[in-house]
Design a protein around this ligand. Structure first.
Ligand code: GLY
Length: 256
């Protein structure tokens, strides 16, 4: 069960952030409204929110998930792979010090984006991506091992639509995976029950289980039906403006 989440409001410079989506420029008022709805959904799931101030120097900072990996046993600050995002970590570190007696940290030359690290119960999948480098993936794996977890690395660099591993993978209930076809054959996922994501609904692979609810992106009826058929209670959220900036539902919070 999660009790807390850290969120960070989008800044006025949000549209200047990194993106490859090609979906146009986000509308700021709509962005703020969608973020407010997202925060309300987390509160509906019972979470107490720590809201970080936006900072115009960091247009991508609303994607707060990339700055840390939080587990029951350890909190790890990342070193994001995009240089423009590395300054985002300081505010998150300050916030996490209120909750964790000590913090681990990924150190250069290692780089890791939290969006590449997916927890499935006691096991973690670590994406080797264009943001999470070899040294970073190894460092995260070592840190997790020290705290009693297991991990496998999944190289996603040849899967072009994926910015992060969690762009194509969500773990539900610790062991059931929402998974895109391009990842389905990877040996790391063998033995898991999977919920496949249709080719025209790839964006919806990034969903988030928060206690007894699953947050899913609006506009993807088949994955919604598949999740409802399996008994999940959904909160459907419009995140169109975050999608334009390569962001998804999980990116918008750190849950713990
Ligand atoms: N805009 C999100 C990212 O590229 O990190």
């Amino acid at each position: 069960m999660f009790t807390n989440a850290i969120v960070r409001a989008p800044s006025r410079t949000f549209a200047e952030g990194l993106t490859t989506a090609g979906l146009g420029r986000p509308d700021l008022d709509t962005t703020f409204a969608q973020h407010a709805d997202y925060c309300a959904a987390l509160e509906q799931c019972g979470l107490r929110l720590t809201r970080l101030e936006s900072d115009d120097r960091f247009p991508d900072a609303t994607f707060v998930e990339d700055t840390a990996i939080l587990t029951d046993r350890v909190a790890i600050l990342t070193n994001p792979g995009a240089p423009s995002r590395q300054g985002e970590v300081a505010a998150v570190r300050d916030a996490l010090m209120e909750f964790y007696p000590s913090l681990e940290a990924v150190s250069a030359p290692g780089t890791v984006d939290g969006g590449d690290v997916c927890q499935a119960g006691e096991h973690f999948f670590i994406g080797r991506s264009h943001r999470t480098n070899e040294a970073g993936a190894l460092e995260i794996g070592d840190l997790l091992t020290r705290h009693g977890y297991t991990s496998t690395t999944v190289d996603i660099r040849d899967i072009p639509p994926l910015l992060h591993l969690k762009s194509g993978l969500t773990a539900l209930d610790g062991g059931r995976l929402v998974l895109i076809e391009a990842l389905a054959g990877h040996p790391a996922f063998r033995g898991y029950e999977t919920i496949p994501v249709a080719a025209d609904e790839l964006y919806a692979a990034n969903c988030v289980q928060v206690n007894d609810r699953v947050l899913v992106a609006a506009g993807f009826p088949r994955i919604q039906e598949a999740l409802r058929d399996r008994g999940y209670s959904l909160i459907v959220l419009d995140v169109s403006e975050f999608r334009k900036m390569d962001g998804g539902l999980s990116c918008l919070s750190l849950r713990f």
